[in-house]
Write a protein that binds this ligand. Sequence first.
Ligand code: PCA
Length: 330
Amino acid sequence: MKFVKKLVMTTAAASFAFGAASFGATAAEKWDMPMAYNDGNFHTKNGKLFAEAVGTCTGGELTITVHGGGSLFKGNEIKRAVRTGQAQIGERLLSAHANENVVFGFDSVPFLATSFSASEKLKKAANSTLTDILAKQNLVLLYSVPWPPQGLYFKKAINSVSDMKGIKFRAYNAATARLAELSGMLPVQIEAAELVQALATGVADSFISSGSTGYDKKVWEHLSHFYDTQAWLPRNTVFANKAAFDALPKTAQNCLKSSAMLAGAAGTARSEQLTGWYLTQLAANGMKVGGPGEKLAAELKAIGATMSAEWSKAAGEAGAAIVKAYSSMK
Ligand code: PCA
């Protein structure tokens, strides 16, 4: 907090020192921040707090308007929009872009990091690699926040992988599609914004996600079982267009970075705090919520091992470096 206050004061002091001239010369910068998830979602709320903090820190020299729920750009359009400067900053589930670079899927390797503390370590292990990959794509990495641990949603009790055979499964990235394939299900890629529609029309009858998305989408209206498999904690990542970032005064760049640090920490704490609450809400609305049975858990672990091996192979040296750095932190 102290750091931010100091930054605000420095910015304010600078404005005073240069007086009206500097205000006349540089109009306040306005940025748009598309986010894919609904306004009530904790990531979106956290993004709005981040935007507010940047506004305060820069004394209004940089104002960021958050557009939630995919209202400005849809989830799968956000990264390209920020790369090309159509939006100056945005949030995206980076693992959905693992087809561009396998490393983007580092947070969706089953059972590699299954708790909040492990997820934090994995993030740190991946940080410099991810920063470099994004920089080559004209993007500045600002912060990321994990979703609560991922569990499986179904319309019926599932005791083993063979019970999943032939079920239509909504996937949100390459890892979730592969999980479906390896368990005999039929994957279909669907953004969270279209999830309810897909469940209501029978395009999908199951998916893997957090209690957060199950709660946001009231999935108890369509599904009945949640298995808390705690398979991984995928991240939403906030990044800025590099040219837009570089064009800002140093003070504003520092405001973005310090506010990002706070938003990353605050969002992560909020995600952890809400994890249990979301599951209580699923149960309160009639869903059967619990851990997977022994057989199912063991079979999922085996599928996870296959997927880990596949990811490591595909991610090559960069992937190996992340896993090595992560293991050394344990
Ligand atoms: N919710 C997002 C991604 C991971 C999660 O928990 C979704 O289902 O689209």
